[in-house]
Design a protein around this ligand. Structure first.
Ligand code: DX5
Ligand code: ZN
Length: 215
C-alpha cells in the first residue's frame, strides 16, 4: 500500500497546528518537514521548536528531510523535537556513515537523498545501513516546482540498486495527479506531495485522489 507524506511547506504557515490535525483527519500517513537552512538551499523553514509544538496536534510520524549544510549537528535537535525518520543529503555530509550512526543512536529511522543532478550510484555504499532512499523530483529548496521528466528513470534506477533489501523508496518534489502512477509504477513506496495535497484546501479529496490512482 503506497503511503502519502504531505509536505508542510505547502501549508499556511500561520496555521500549522490546524494543518497537521487536518492532514491526519484527511488520511495522510506521515507529515513531511522540509528543513532548510538558507545555505544548502536558498530558503529557510522549520526549526526544531516548531516540530516539538506540532507533536501535540497529530499522532502521525514526522518525516524530516534535512536540506542543511550541517546534518550531523541538526540530528539531535530534530530527534529531541520528535522526528521519527531523518533523511539527509549525501552532498551535505563528509562522512555519511557517521551521520547514519548519529541517527541510529537516537533510535530513529534513517534516509539518504541526493539532488537531481547527483549520480544515483552514490547511494550504493550506504544501502545496507539505511531504512529509506528519497528520490528528488525537483531541485531542493521550494515547493510548487515542475517535476523533472527523468525522475521515473531515477526511481527505477534506485529501485534496482536497493532490490531485495528492506529499504523504502520515497519520492519528493513535483508529485501530482498526472505523474503519481508513473512514480508508483517505477517503484515508489511513499510519495511526498505539497502543492497537490493542499490545492483548493481540499486535503481529504486530494489525498484520496492521489491514493485512488493506485489503490
Ligand atoms: C523541495 C521539498 C519538497 C517540496 C514538495 O525542496 O523537498 O518536499 O516541498 O512540494 P511540492 O509537492 O509542492 O513540489
Ligand atoms: Zn522534502
Amino acid at each position: 500500500m503506497v503511503k502519502i507524506a504531505p509536505s508542510l511547506l505547502a501549508a499556511d504557515s500561520a496555521c500549522l497546528g490546524k494543518a497537521v490535525s487536518d492532514l491526519e483527519a484527511s488520511g495522510a500517513d506521515f507529515i513531511h518537514f522540509d528543513v532548510m537552512d538558507g545555505h544548502f538551499v536558498p530558503n529557510i523553514t522549520f526549526g526544531p521548536k516548531i516540530l516539538q509544538e506540532l507533536k501535540k496536534y497529530t499522532s502521525l510520524p514526522f518525516d524530516v528531510h534535512l536540506m542543511v549544510t550541517n546534518p550531523d549537528e541538526c540530528i539531535a535537535w530534530y530527534a529531541d523535537a520528535g522526528a521519527d525518520l531523518i533523511t539527509f543529503h549525501l552532498e551535505a555530509s563528509d562522512n555519511p556513515q557517521h551521520t547514519l550512526q548519529l541517527i541510529k543512536k537516537h533510535q530513529l529511522k534513517s534516509g539518504i537523498t541526493l539532488k537531481p543532478s547527483s549520480d544515483i550510484k552514490q547511494i550504493i555504499p550506504f544501502i545496507d545501513y539505511v531504512d529509506l532512499v528519497l528520490v528528488m523530483g525537483v531541485q531542493p529548496g521550494f515547493g510548487g516546482q515542475k517535476f523533472y521528466p527523468d525522475t521515473p528513470d531515477r526511481i527505477k534506477q534506485t529501485k534496482d540498486i536497493i532490490a531485495h533489501r528492506p529499504v523504502l523508496l520515497e519520492v519528493d518534489g513535483g508529485v501530482n495527479f498526472q505523474n503519481v502512477s508513473l512514480c508508483v509504477n517505477a517503484g515508489a513506496d511513499i510519495l511526498v506531495a505539497g502543492t497537490a495535497v493542499f490545492q483548493n484546501g481540499a486535503l481529504s479529496e486530494n489525498i484520496k485522489a492521489l491514493k485512488g490512482k493506485f489503490l
